[in-house]
Design a binder for this molecule. Structure first.
Ligand SMILES: Cc1ncc(COP(=O)(O)O)c(C=O)c1O
Length: 464
């Protein structure tokens, strides 16, 4: 791509440090400039139309043109454009948002702290867990167990929780007291012939062994996404969360549920915790909380955790945590309106209708494709994993080349999807219709065939 001098793209290349980008390659290739959105689609600077197959970054659940959210933001901007929650200050949208959120949260979650991103929410959760155990006079009980391939963000603690090398390499992470247990991906990690249930029990046993090896008196919490997102859209095997929670309860280990992707209808229930029967002590949320129209995240805690923290804040004269923009009234107003829209349009029922359709079509159309190893997902989140050899499930070498190629071809065919190494993630705006799902998959089918031709020409796929 040639970047025209004096264009917006050339200014981008000149001045912007991009997130999760090969910065040198970006200097050469230039940006993909998105200029507007409508429904499930976005348009680039040349007017080319794309279906947003990942709802941006798993976040724009109501698509890209919801006028009610614009109105909610504008009205709040006019009334009170900023205020904070330090030293007992409060604002109306935040109080109403917290109340509505709690009405939908699984028990025993009862109180909500607000932040600005999923990473901040997870960092806040970690700090709360440490504060909680210090308050209880258990200064040793600090370790947090996360999982390989889990994604929890990029701030210091969140990136440490993330179990993917790219978030840690050369950043001197993870920090101490954060350790990782195995990924619950049956297709990839089960022994030959091992059932889902047996694999789930094995993973739970490994967790228990880890807690015992570390010393239960040193392990404070376990964190997991109900369904892993960025790690490859991994739906855990049957019985996994039941078994894991049993282990956590046995050793007084708090369960933190990261709902940053799964929350707000994505899996066909209000929360992934509902879908997978998780009873969290702490839950983190972001993204679809405001349909991504403005940044806001939340940490919900149980009354039990809250009471310990509140008592300690009384002892210390303050709960010494909070961001300038915690509970900013404008994103709070937008999030409140988002939740009202989810309720009024019954987004959960919509996902329950179209989600199974998407999963079924993905399976029907692609499971037998020579490049496809596994089709997996739940609700309106899914992934297709490509493999070098369908029979042995061998990974591509080098990893990621085929996935990146297919995602790039999908863009050419008018579909934005995310390569997750050699899997392709699907997480379209939740307002998608069955007809739009068909269109999305038609575009993907072309990209997948391009990928097969590419894998053949590069000698990467055995089946090819
Ligand atoms: C499950 C999960 N947790 C946390 C985060 C971090 O959120 P943010 O990028 O808003 O910091 C993400 C981001 O994709 C995520 O998928």
């Amino acid at each position: 791509m040639t970047v025209r001098p004096n264009s917006i793209a050339s200014r981008d290349v000149a001045y912007v440090v991009h997130a999760y980008t090969n910065l040198r390659r970006h200097e050469q290739d230039g940006p993909m400039m998105i200029t507007r959105g409508e429904g499930i689609r976005v348009y680039d600077e040349n007017g080319k139309e794309y279906i947003e197959g990942l709802a941006g970054l798993w976040c724009a659940g109501l698509g890209f043109s919801e006028k009610r959210l614009v109105k909610a933001a504008t009205e709040q901007m006019e009334k009170l454009p900023f205020y904070h929650t330090f030293a007992s200050k409060a604002n109306e949208p935040t109080a109403l948002l917290a109340e509505k959120l709690v009405s939908h949260l699984p028990k025993p979650l009862a109180k909500v702290f607000f932040a600005n991103s999923g990473s901040e929410a997870n960092d806040s959760a970690v700090k709360m867990v440490w504060y909680y155990n210090n308050a209880l006079g258990r200064p040793e009980k600090k370790k947090i167990i996360s999982r390989q391939k889990g994604y929890h963000g990029v701030t210091i603690a969140a990136a440490s929780l993330t179990g993917l090398a790219y978030a840690q390499t050369d950043f001197d992470l993870p920090i101490k007291n954060i350790i990782h247990t195995g990924c619950p991906h049956h297709y990839r990690f089960a022994e030959p012939g091992e059932s889902e249930e047996a694999f789930a029990q094995r993973r739970a046993k490994e967790l228990e062994d880890m807690i015992l090896a570390e010393g239960p008196e040193t392990v404070a919490a376990f964190i997991g996404e109900p369904v892993m997102g960025a790690g490859g859209v991994i739906v855990p095997p049957k019985g996994y969360w039941d078994a894991v929670q049993k282990v956590c309860r046995k050793y007084d280990v708090l369960v933190i549920c990261d709902e940053v992707i799964c929350g707000f209808g994505r899996t066909g229930n209000w929360f992934g915790a509902n879908t997978l029967n998780i009873v969290p002590d702490i839950m983190t949320m972001a993204k679809q909380l405001s349909a991504a129209y403005l940044p806001i995240s939340a940490v919900a805690i149980s009354q039990k955790v809250y009471d310990v923290i509140a008592d300690n804040s009384n002892k210390r004269a303050t709960f010494g945590h909070g961001y300038t923009y915690s509970a900013h009234p404008v994103p709070a107003a937008v999030a409140l309106e988002t939740l009202k829209i989810y309720e009024e349009r019954d987004i959960v029922s919509h996902v329950r209708r179209v989600g199974p359709y998407m999963q079924e079509q993905l399976g029907k159309r692609f499971a037998n494709h020579p490049l496809v190893g596994e089709v997996r997902g739940v609700g309106l989140i899914a992934a297709i994993e490509m493999v070098a050899d369908k029979k042995s499930r061998a990974l591509f070498d080098p990893a990621g080349k085929v996935g990146a190629y297919i995602a790039a071809r999908a863009t050419e065919h008018g579909l934005i999807v995310r390569p997750l190494v050699d899997a392709i993630g699907f997480c379209p705006p939740m307002i998608i219709t069955e007809q739009e799902i068909d269109q999305m998959l038609d575009r993907f089918a072309k990209a997948l065939d391009d990928g097969l031709a590419f894998a053949k020409s590069e000698g990467l796929a055995k089946a090819a």
